[in-house]
Every structure is written in C-alpha cells, then in structure tokens.
Ligand binder design. Structure first.
Ligand SMILES: [Zn+2]
Length: 419
C-alpha cells in the first residue's frame, strides 16, 4: 500500500440545513442549485466525515491512511505531538442562514469538562453533552465572498451608545452608563461589567426576554431593516429564522447588539481563539481549525444552550476586531498567521508557468484549488488539478505547484514551522 507522496483527495459534503445550494456544488463541478443544502466540504480525517484518498489500491479514508503510517504521513514530530492524528480539519463553509452564537473552550477546560461529563455518565451522543473530546478548537477563516459575522464584545462605550439609542434594549441594564463611568479605564472592572450585562441577558426569565424583544421585533415588522451593516438587520433575520415555540423570543438576539458586527471582504480573515464569542451570519469561507467538536452555544440554535458552562468559557474582553490580511511571503504565498500550533492557513497564487516550491515541511499539507489549474509534482509523481481539486501531501514529500492556467489560486492547510 502506498503510504507517502501525493494523493488526490475527495472531500465529504455536510448537508446542514443552514447551508447554501450553489457554492459547494459549483466548486465541485456538480449540478446546481443542489436540491439539498450543502453547508460544508470537509477535507480532513475527522471521524464525523473523513475525506477519501485515491490510492493505487483504490479509495481509502484519509483517517485510515494516517492510522496505517502516522510517522510517514504526519512526520515524527507531529505524530508524537498529536497522538498520531491529523491535528487540523480543513473546510469550505457556505452559510446561507446564520449559525449559532458560540465559544470554544481552552484545552484545560475541554479536558476537565470531558472528564466531568464522562464520570457523570452523559452519553457522547446526548443532546446535552457539551464536550465531545478533550481538545480545544481554535479556528482561522478567510472570506471567499463578502462574509458577515459577529466576533468578540464591542467596546463598552459602543454598547452604552446602543443601549441609549435603542429604547427597547435599555431595560437590559438601565444603569449601564453610571456603572461604566464607575469602571472608568479599569480593565478588571470593565470586564466585570461586561460579564454582568451578558449574564443578565442570558439568565433573565423567558417572560423578561419576550417583554424586551417583542416590541423591538414588532417595530421591524412595520419597517423591515435592509442594511446589513446594522445589527437591526440581523436581529430581524434572527427573529425570523429562530422562532421559539409558543411565540417566545431567542435571547441570542441580544448578542447581535453586544458583539462586533464584522463584514469581511474576500481575502480577509479572523481568528477565533478560546473564549471568543462569535457567530457566522452569511457568506462563504475557507476554514481551518483544530480537530475538535467542542462548542458552547449562546443562542440562535435549536441545539442545547448550557448557560452556566458558557459563562465559564467566554472571555469578557472588549475591543475592535483584528482583521488578518495575511503576510505576503514573496513567492506567491500569503500566510494568515495565528498562534495555533495545530495549523497554518495560506493562499498560493500560481501564475501561468510559475512554480511554487514547498521545501521541507513540518507536517502534511492539504491543498484545495479555488480557481484555475495547477500541476503538482513530488515524490516522482505528477498530478493535474483544476478548480475544486484537492491534494493531500505526506510530510516526507517535497512538492512543486506549477500554474497551467492564468492566476490559479490554491488554499493550503499545513503545520506552522517549528518555532
Ligand atoms: Zn466557532
């Protein structure tokens, strides 16, 4: 069985109902619009949908290839550091509808939470199970289209202005202004105030939530907000997309006013580290994350919301969003740096007849062609890839990519070089 070199990879499409009908089928050269929502394309070895590798012995799962020869596939360092598992999960995501408001735990929180739920006998598949594994889940993503998201708490002065300007939300904390002036510039007091405000929104009675949100949403019904740059637009959409039984309102709508509303342009990225509250609202991206399923949700979801666990994990930091535009390495490659040790995401532009050289690498690479065509060569093999084509390269194999059309664009998931 072939255990090293270049492998063509076929991703697994996840048909979550919030997904779009066009982008992923178009990328894969399949008929579109699809009759079923195509939310994510997974190009990894995760047990929830391992990609399929073309090998000379026929198709096998990437998870099996890694299991058969972890040291060749991952390299000795990565195999021993990450328990012989591919440390990252590489995805394309197409959000037609909003995804839940969420935060991810640190490794320590994930380990403790996993042990706690195991010893309490909560089945892994139970809807109330928070921790599916013992890993953290940092994420970096690059927008492929205009991409709308919520990311981290807004500066408190902005929140104060929102509470002043939107009378329906003011009762959330009527003395917010006074408390903010007491907190002044003291970071600990400001963080505490933010925690109090969020906790109030997440723990008030359902009747209290309805009392605040009903008049706001009624107002939208008479004049539907149309500006995606305004939280009102997303609050109105959330009220439509996440109706609760018996006409109740989803308290996640408060977060739309408390978090930074971000519009990424194509090529712009953000990083979601542990504890950052965030939500994807609309758009298409390339996403790279640690291999984990640990998500604590804060509303806008039919799934379980465990407020006390969420309050433990969320960081009550305020500030504007750090939009990552990438570092141009001068060889056609732009890296989107983060502090994650499990992954590094980059974009490679291959002009016609120009060659990108991988050099020696820290771990295995996964490449996805988003535009144009390239020829990949390495380990005595040559493979041609066009739009939607995907390649997995084991750590022990250096390779080149040569553009065979104008302006080929390839996204690359890899391991950061050892620091
Ligand atoms: Zn997330």
């Amino acid at each position: 069985m072939k255990k090293s070199g270049l492998f063509k990879l076929q991703g697994i499409v996840q048909h979550y109902e919030w997904g779009g009908f066009d982008f992923i089928p178009m990328l894969l050269g399949q008929p579109h619009p699809s009759s079923i929502a195509c939310a994510e394309l997974w190009l990894g070895a995760h047990s929830g949908g391992p990609a399929i590798v073309d090998s000379p012995d026929g198709p096998i799962s990437l998870a099996d290839l890694v299991r058969e020869a972890p040291n060749q596939v991952l390299g000795d360092v990565v195999a021993s550091r990450f328990d012989s598992l591919l440390p990252y999960l590489f995805k394309i995501l197409d959000a037609r509808k909003m995804l839940s408001i969420q935060a991810h735990p640190t490794i320590a929180q994930a380990r403790a939470g996993f042990e706690r739920e195991e010893s309490a006998g909560v089945p892994l598949t139970a809807s109330v199970r928070n921790y599916k594994d013992k890993n953290h889940k940092p994420e970096v993503h690059v927008a492929l289209t205009d991409f709308w998201m919520l990311h981290g708490f807004r500066p408190l002065e902005e929140i104060a202005e929102t509470l002043r300007n939107i009378p329906e939300l003011r009762p959330l904390m009527p003395d917010f202004d006074a408390r903010l002036s007491v907190a002044g510039k003291n970071p600990a007091l400001r963080s505490e105030l933010l925690r109090n405000l969020y906790e109030r929104a997440m723990t008030m009675s359902q009747a209290g939530v309805d009392e605040l949100l009903n008049p706001l949403i009624k107002r939208f019904e008479s004049q539907m907000p149309s500006d995606k740059n305004e939280p009102d637009f997303w609050a109105a959409r959330a009220a439509r997309e996440f109706p609760l039984p018996d006409g109740h309102r989803d308290r996640g709508i408060f977060s739309i006013y408390l978090l930074n509303l971000v519009r990424l342009h194509p090529g712009e990225a953000t990083y979601q580290s542990a504890g950052t509250l965030h939500a994807y609202l609309e758009g298409t991206n390339v996403e790279l994350m640690a291999n984990s399923d640990n998500v604590l949700r804060g509303g806008l979801t039919p799934k379980n919301v465990d407020v006390s666990e969420l309050m433990r994990v969320v960081l009550f930091d305020e500030g504007v969003v750090d939009v990552i535009r990438g570092n141009d390495l001068g060889n056609g490659e732009t890296v989107f740096p983060t502090c994650a040790e499990e992954f590094e995401l980059s974009r490679i532009h291959c002009r016609e007849d120009q060659t990108y050289r991988s050099g020696k690498r820290s771990g295995p690479d996964t490449l996805l062609v988003l535009d144009g065509e390239v020829t990949a060569a390495g380990g005595g093999e040559k493979l041609h890839l066009s739009r939607g084509g995907c390649l997995f390269v084991t750590q022990d194999t250096e390779y080149t990519l040569t553009g065979t059309s104008q302006d080929a664009v390839v996204f690359k998931a890899s391991l950061p070089s050892a620091k």
